[in-house]
Write a protein that binds this ligand. Structure first.
Ligand code: VGL
Ligand code: ZN
Length: 191
């Protein structure tokens, strides 16, 4: 697949708390970082999002159930766990998006209350290539919203990892994205 100037790479939530050792670690979450670093120079438009919660965010459960949208406290804005993983290369001109910043509302999608759809349209973007963490939550929601906003969407299968909570949710996410018309592609197929 040939990358053009109307394509955007959306790098979702590659933050310390979602990587091994973090508060809501995705197994091998950091393994996708070299894959993403290799791809990003191909793109004129790079979007980097972060989960950026207030300390009293409604998704923080005690104890967290993991299967009903309650999670351990994670990605509290300004905390070390909310930082981007130090190995992730972020281009200087990348567009940065913070999401789920309101205590009362969960927001898995990069398009929720961020203005991202209009930002992409203003740049002339027509295709969104999604990668990052986690496949079954923020990547899936971002991909489905991107379709709903009228973008062509490509899921980069070797550049995403899921939490798979509850078990089977990654499989289900892949099915939902397929049914929505998302195209599946490997980073090695990009030129
Ligand atoms: C995410 C669970 C809770 C994600 C964010 O980035 O996929 N998952 N908050
Ligand atoms: Zn979160």
């Amino acid at each position: 697949m040939k990358i053009t100037s109307t394509d955007a790479l959306i790098i979702i939530d590659v933050q310390k708390d979602f990587c091994p050792g973090g508060a809501l670690a995705v197994e091998d979450g950091d393994a996708i970082i070299p894959v993403i670093n290799k791809m990003s120079p191909l793109f004129k438009h790079v979007i980097v999002s972060r989960d950026w919660h207030p300390a009293n965010h409604c998704s923080f459960g005690n104890p967290p159930a993991f299967c009903d949208g309650s999670w351990p406290a994670h990605c509290v804005g300004g905390s070390p766990g909310a930082e981007f993983h130090e190995d992730l290369h972020i281009p200087d001109d990348a567009l940065r998006v913070s999401k789920a910043t309101t205590p009362e509302r969960e927001a898995y999608s990069d398009f929720q209350e961020t203005g991202l759809a209009d930002d992409l349209r203003h740049r002339g973007v027509t295709r969104a290539f999604v990668c990052g963490l986690a496949t079954d939550y923020c990547v899936k929601s971002t991909a489905l919203d991107a379709v709903a906003e009228g973008f062509e969407v490509i899921f980069l299968e070797d550049a995403c990892k899921g939490v798979d909570a509850p078990p089977g949710s990654v499989q289900l996410a892949l099915k939902e994205m397929t049914e929505a018309g998302v195209i599946f592609c490997s980073s090695v197929d990009l030129t």
